[in-house]
Design a protein around this ligand. Structure first.
Ligand SMILES: [Zn+2]
Length: 432
C-alpha cells in the first residue's frame, strides 16, 4: 500500500535553494530537449531517413547519457543524474498516453510553469531531513506530525509552490495491516456539515467561515488584477508556437494568487485532518460501517447540465453542490474504506422520511432538524433517525426494507446511482 504526505522543505541557505531550482530547471531543459529530439527524428523518418523514434524511457535514456557527457553540457554533470534523467520518464509516459489518444502530445515547459523534480529512487529521510542528491540533507517539517514515517520512503517529488516555498511529497510503502472485524456496526448519515451516527452523536465539521470569507475576498481581488504579456529580454512579447501572446500574472495579481492558494490549502487541511481523525476513530471501533450510497458525482453532473439542456434547478443545486464538494464526503468515505474492515453503502431513499421505530414513511415526519413520527409519536433528531434507518437497511434489520437492498461498496468505491425519487435530496434543498 502506498501513502503519501506533504512536507515543507527548508533549504535554509540561498545556495541550496538555487541548487534545487537548478535541478528543476535541468528537468525542464531535458524535457524540452526530448521534444526537439523527437521532432527531428520524426521529420527524418517521414523523409525516409531513419527509423521511427521509439521515444521510450530506455531509448531516450541512452541519448541522455551522450548529451550529458557532450561538450557544452558540463553544467548537467554538476546536477544529480537520476533526478534529471527522470524528466525523460515523465516525457516517455506522456508520449505513451498521447499515442493512446488519452491526451495531447507533450508541450514545451517554461520557467513560468513552475519548478519541480522527482527523486525517483533511494529516497533517504533521517532525523527530519531529506537527502537531495548534490544538495545535501535538507530539513523537512509537517504540521500535525508524520503519519507514515514507519513505512519505507519510495519516491519523493520536490515542488516550489506559487507561494515561493519548497515542498516535498513523499510516497511511502506501508506494510498492509488487514483491519479485523470486531462484529460491531454503526450507521452514518452525512448531512451538509455534520455526520449523524447511531451512537446518538452529531459530529460537526470544523468551522472555517472566517477563512472562507477571507478567501472569497482575495479571490475577488485577484480577479480584478490583470494578466500581462510575458516579455523577451529585448522587450517583445513572447508567443506560443501558435502565435498567441503568452500572458502571466501581474505582480499584484500574483500576490493575490499566492494568498488565495495559501488560504485554500489551510481550509482544506483543517477539513482533511478532521476527516482523518473521524475515520480513524470509527474504523478502530467498528467492524462494519454503513452509510448512504449518495451518488455525489452523478449529482454534480446532473445539476450542471449542458448548454442545450441546462440541468434542472441549476441555481438551487449549485449551492448544494458547492457544499457537497466542500464537505468532501467522498473523501471521508474513501478514508473509511481503506481504514475499516468493511464499508457498506445502502440506498438512501426515504431514510429521511422513515421513522426508524415503526417504519412509517411520511414527508410530514420530518420538520427540519426534528423528526416527529405522525404514526407512533417517536421524537428525535432527524439526522440521527436517518442514521438508524441506514444501519437497519444495511444489516437487513428493517422489516419493511424489502425494496431497499443493501449494496456492497466495491473497492472502486462503486456508488449507487441516485434515485430520482430520493426525497432526502429535495428535503435538504428546500431546507437549505
Ligand atoms: Zn414511528
Amino acid at each position: 500500500m502506498i501513502r503519501s504526505s506533504v512536507y515543507r522543505l527548508h533549504p535554509g541557505t540561498l545556495r541550496r535553494a538555487q541548487k534545487l531550482a537548478q535541478i528543476a530547471g535541468a528537468n525542464r531543459y531535458v524535457w524540452n530537449w526530448a521534444i526537439g529530439q523527437n521532432r527531428d527524428a520524426m521529420k527524418a523518418y517521414k523523409e525516409g531517413k531513419g527509423e521511427k523514434p521509439l521515444a521510450t524511457f530506455f531509448s531516450l535514456g541512452l541519448e541522455f547519457t551522450k548529451l550529458r557527457s557532450s561538450e557544452g553540457h558540463e553544467w548537467l554533470r554538476e546536477l544529480p543524474y537520476a533526478e534529471v534523467r527522470y524528466a525523460l520518464k515523465r516525457y516517455a509516459d506522456a508520449i505513451k498516453e498521447a499515442r493512446k489518444g488519452k491526451r495531447g502530445f507533450p508541450k514545451r515547459k517554461y520557467r513560468e510553469d513552475g519548478d519541480s523534480f522527482a527523486i525517483p529512487q533511494d529516497v533517504r529521510i533521517r532525523g527530519g531531513r531529506l537527502c537531495v542528491p548534490k544538495v545535501g540533507w535538507v530539513p523537512i517539517s509537517r504540521r500535525g506530525g508524520d503519519p507514515w514515517a514507519y513505512g519505507e520512503a519510495k519516491q519523493a517529488v520536490v515542488v516550489k509552490r506559487p507561494n515561493g516555498k519548497w515542498y516535498t511529497s513523499v510516497f511511502w510503502e506501508i506494510p498492509d495491516v488487514e483491519p479485523e472485524d470486531n462484529g460491531k456496526v454503526i450507521g452514518l448519515d452525512m448531512g451538509k456539515w455534520n455526520v449523524a451516527t447511531t451512537e446518538h452523536k452529531q459530529i460537526f465539521m470544523p468551522e472555517a467561515s472566517e477563512l472562507e470569507a477571507k478567501l472569497r475576498r482575495h479571490q475577488r481581488k485577484m480577479n480584478r488584477r490583470r494578466q500581462v504579456p510575458l516579455l523577451d529580454a529585448d522587450g517583445a512579447p513572447r508567443r506560443t508556437r501558435q502565435g498567441d501572446v503568452i500572458k502571466v500574472n501581474s505582480r499584484r495579481r500574483e500576490k493575490e494568487r499566492r494568498i488565495v492558494a495559501k488560504l485554500s490549502r489551510r481550509i482544506a487541511n483543517i477539513r482533511d485532518n478532521w476527516r482523518h481523525q473521524l475515520s480513524h476513530d470509527l474504523a478502530e471501533r467498528f467492524g462494519t460501517i454503513y452509510l448512504e450510497g449518495l451518488n455525489i458525482k452523478g449529482m454534480m453532473k446532473s445539476a450542471k447540465g449542458t448548454v442545450e439542456q441546462p440541468g434542472k434547478h441549476v441555481k438551487a443545486k449549485s449551492g448544494l453542490n458547492r457544499e457537497i464538494a466542500a464537505s468532501g464526503w467522498g473523501r471521508l468515505r474513501w478514508m473509511l474504506e481503506y481504514k475499516a474492515y468493511q464499508v457498506e453503502a445502502v440506498n438512501p431513499a426515504y431514510t429521511s422520511q422513515r421513522c426508524h421505530c415503526c417504519g412509517h414513511v411520511a414527508d410530514a415526519n420530518r420538520k427540519k432538524e426534528r423528526f416527529k413520527c405522525v404514526s407512533c409519536g417517536y421524537v428525535g433528531n432527524a439526522d440521527i433517525n436517518a442514521a438508524f434507518n441506514i444501519l437497519a437497511l444495511g444489516t437487513g434489520a428493517a422489516g419493511q426494507g424489502g425494496a431497499f437492498a443493501s449494496v456492497r461498496a466495491g473497492p472502486s468505491g462503486g456508488v449507487l446511482s441516485s434515485d430520482p425519487n430520493d426525497l432526502s435530496m429535495d428535503m435538504q434543498l428546500s431546507h437549505g
